[in-house]
Design a protein around this ligand. Structure first.
Ligand SMILES: C[S@@+](CC[C@H](N)C(=O)[O-])C[C@H]1O[C@@H](n2cnc3c(N)ncnc32)[C@H](O)[C@@H]1O
Ligand code: SF4
Length: 397
């Protein structure tokens, strides 16, 4: 089951957003495709299998998404917000590779017509290996997609099985070879820390991922989400519980092997050629999130859509938002710290003054070799990377 939405204020009746000067410079679009053939036992993302859709048809679902594009263009225009062309578009899921290329193409045309896009606009689509055929990749390239983010997860069949993934390593290699030969920028997305995964298994996965020669690799630690099949199996003793120490070793191995192979770290879990879209999230740029459950962040406001595809679709062409909040200055500064410290570029040193964080706390972390002051920036050290979320909690408590 997908997790619940936050509470918030209702969407404004006049469909206007406040113009708050936040320093955001660029505009981005996230498009959520909420369909999966089967739900993997570890995932609580907002996604639905065929029998959970309540009459919604996958083959028609680009239509409400396009309606939301038209709605968003009107909101931004009527709110008199300075409008930038798109710097990136990201089709995420769910399983966007279950959409036909024509559906993706129609959404991209609507976005381009509404906002225009920069010449080097990054257009990413998340693809599951089992549903990314060579023909689909070819048609997606023609439709305007230029980056593919492949859900590799692991090269160990036991780990793939524990995670309920239905692909195998052979399929991953074929999809990535096809995507590269079509000129796509490619990310290989990995996950570590599945129950039963050994350090050796993870090393083999990293070695195999390096052999793929993609320009980007992400490596996220498995989060055991309450209510998922994996969480239930751990509770019943059918699967091993998370071993935090082993996970820390896996993260260290990840940075050592990826950085050793020339994949520079630019964010705690991301390596190689930085993604424009990912960086937009971590630097709090403006983005509109289209689709069920998608979150938007525009001009100091955050809002989020109804989660179920049917509830979302019936709301259009009026707002499909389930709630919103206007962020206070304090919330924006806290977010700048929370997100910025995960980046290799760190945060501006005077952010700590703005947040009234005592200099002594920073000095102590510098003395422990977890933080480093470099000119006007404060960065986490290699040793500090794994502890970054805890550091932020401590700074803000
Ligand atoms: C939600 S999926 C969407 C893309 C595609 N369906 C796939 O599985 O790759 C995006 C990424 O989130 C990861 N993910 C899902 N649930 C997770 C969890 N509980 N902990 C860590 N990563 C998770 C997936 O492994 C995947 O790489
Ligand atoms: S395929 Fe991706 S989005 Fe779908 S259930 Fe699995 S991890 Fe979640």
């Amino acid at each position: 089951m997908p997790s619940a939405l936050p509470l918030g204020e209702p969407w404004p009746e006049n469909n206007r957003l406040q113009a708050v000067s936040t320093g955001a410079k660029s505009f981005h679009a996230y498009v959520h495709i909420p369909f999966c053939e089967v739900r993997c036992g570890y995932c609580d993302f907002n996604t639905y299998t065929a029998n959970e859709l309540g009459g919604i048809k996958r083959s028609d679902f680009h239509k409400p998404l396009i309606e939301e594009v038209l709605f968003s263009a009107k909101v931004l225009r009527d709110s008199n917000l300075e409008q930038q062309p798109l710097s990136s578009v990201f089709f995420g899921g769910g399983t966007p590779s279950l959409f036909a290329a024509t559906q993706v193409g129609e959404i991209l045309s609507a976005l381009n017509e509404a906002f225009g896009s920069l010449a080097d606009c990054e257009v990413t689509l998340e693809a599951n290996p089992e549903s990314a055929s060579e023909e689909l990749l070819e048609s997606l390239a023609i439709a305007g997609v230029n980056r593919i983010s492949v859900g590799v997860q692991s090269f160990d069949p036991c780990v793939l099985n524990t995670l309920d993934r239905v692909h195998d390593a052979g399929k991953v290699r074929a999809v990535i070879a096809a995507a590269k030969s079509l000129g796509y920028r490619v990310s290989a997305d990995l996950i570590y820390g599945a129950p039963g995964e050994t350090l050796e298994s993870w090393r083999e996965t990293l070695l195999a991922a390096l052999e793929l020669g993609t320009e980007h690799i992400s490596a996220y630690s498995l989060i055991v989400e309450p209510g998922t099949a994996v969480a239930r199996k751990i509770k019943k003793g059918e699967l091993e519980d998370v071993d935090e120490d082993l996970n820390a070793e896996k993260y260290e191995l990840t940075t050592e092997m990826l950085e050793g192979a020339g994949y520079g770290y630019y964010e705690t879990s991301n390596f190689g050629q930085p993604s424009i879209h990912n960086l937009a999230y971590w630097t709090s740029q403006n983005w509109w999130g289209y689709g069920p459950g998608a979150h938007s962040h525009i001009s100091g406001s955050r809002f989020w859509n109804h989660k179920h595809p049917q509830r979302y679709a019936v709301a259009l062409p009026s707002s499909p938002a389930a709630g919103m909040e206007v962020l206070s200055l304090r919330q924006r500064l806290e977010e700048e710290l929370l997100l910025g410290l995960r980046l290799s570029s760190g945060v501006r040193a005077n952010l700590f003054d703005d947040l009234e964080i005592a200099q002594g706390k920073i000095d102590q972390l510098v003395a422990e070799n977890l933080l480093e002051v470099r000119g006007e920036r404060v960065l986490v050290t290699k040793e500090g990377r794994l502890l970054v979320d805890r550091m932020v909690v401590d700074f803000l408590s």
